[in-house]
Design a protein around this ligand. Structure first.
Ligand code: NAD
Length: 317
């Protein structure tokens, strides 16, 4: 098949692009390199530097494409609170530009990589797709708006659309920005140096951490799965883990003597997050394979940034 992936030089995009190219597909990659790294892409992926709002470029890149994966976005919740206009321009505006270009060229399917963040705080866990969304940050609002835009424009112009609500993805190659870094690469980075792990609040907040290979499997399946038009589908591990438990796993897997500091003054964010995977199982035949402990171990093993000697132990899966 012929694919276009926006945001392809990023963490999830590069893993997806390389996987599809390995399987023999034609993969075009678009990324403005605002955070992405083109070196993360295999030479078999055709890379173009560009903005997802550049429709003339999209018209060219979309020729003969069977399916688009839309990942280009600004992705930091805390940053979105400071710069909501930028998050709206890229995450919402970029999605609308892409949908217009897809309409003009006539592409059959788009897979939007949305986020579990659209749920916000919910009374019931695990989170089912029909829960009423309650986004808490401009980032979460932008992902929810993108879901609505692809669905409505897709419906009007007969483009099949599906939104994968990915929960907290992690794994080798995840971007580690100096401010507001994602929790897992940040904790690993601190742990391998016997530094300090700073936990927001008391660490009782929970998340659903999903290893990148499992996310890639769900994304690949979404390109061809039948009867998924207009659906929103959760992609997580289905396991709820508190940040306290995560700290323990990180210390164990790195054999670290890092200090752990609980900061009661910082906002822990949403209190609980766990994905219900019933729909993903049914529609995408999705079954996450990698436990959090094994995923942390694989991240250390495969990511050169954590290349300090780490203790080896047998992998469970
Ligand atoms: P990432 O920052 O590594 O990837 C995003 C990519 O988009 C980067 O390479 C960046 O350079 C590119 N980009 C940004 N603005 C662009 C623009 N205007 N034009 C073209 N490219 C642009 O982040 P990621 O973790 O790989 O996330 C990829 C997608 O998955 C995002 O849409 C994000 O919202 C979604 N998502 C990620 C997670 C996660 O845990 N990593 C969870 C839920 C959803």
């Amino acid at each position: 098949m012929n694919f276009l992936i926006t945001g392809a030089a990023g963490f999830l995009g590069s893993n997806l692009a390389n996987n599809l190219a390995r399987e023999g597909h034609q993969v075009r990659a678009l990324d403005d390199l605002s955070t992405g790294d083109p070196q993360s892409l295999s030479p078999d992926v055709l890379f173009t530097r560009g903005d997802v709002n550049d429709r003339p470029k999209l018209w060219t890149l979309l020729q003969d494409v069977d399916c688009v994966y839309h990942l280009a976005a600004r992705v930091l919740v805390a940053e979105s609170i400071l710069y909501p206009r930028e998050y709206n321009a890229v995450n919402v505006g970029g999605t609308v530009s892409l949908m217009e270009a897809m309409r003009d060229v006539g592409v059959r399917r788009v897979v939007l990589i949305s986020s579990g963040a659209v749920y916000g705080d919910q009374g019931e866990q695990p989170l089912k797709e029909d829960a009423s969304p309650s986004p808490r940050s401009p980032y979460a609002v932008s992902k929810l708006s993108a879901e609505y835009y692809i669905r409505s424009i897709g419906d009007l112009w007969s483009i099949e659309t599906v939104s994968l609500r990915v929960f907290n993805a992690y794994g080798p190659g995840q971007h580690l920005p100096p401010s507001h870094p994602p929790v897992i690469p940040n904790f690993l980075h601190q742990a391998v140096r016997d530094g300090t792990l700073v936990v927001h609040s008391d660490g009782s907040q929970t998340r659903d951490y999903v290893f990148v290979d499992d996310v890639v499997n769900a994304m690949v399946a979404a390109a061809t799965a039948p009867s998924i038009d207009k659906l929103r589908i959760n992609v997580g591990s289905g396991t709820e883990t508190s940040v306290r438990q995560l700290v323990q796993f990180v210390l164990e897997v790195t054999n670290s003597k890092a200090e752990v500091v609980y900061n009661p003054r910082t906002d822990p964010g949403v209190s609980r997050m766990c994905a219900d995977l019933t729909l993903a199982r049914e529609k995408l035949n999705y079954r996450p394979r990698v436990s959090l402990q094994d995923g942390l171990f694989l991240t250390l093993e495969r990511d050169l940034r954590f290349s300090r000697e780490v203790p080896t132990r047998p992998l469970k899966s």
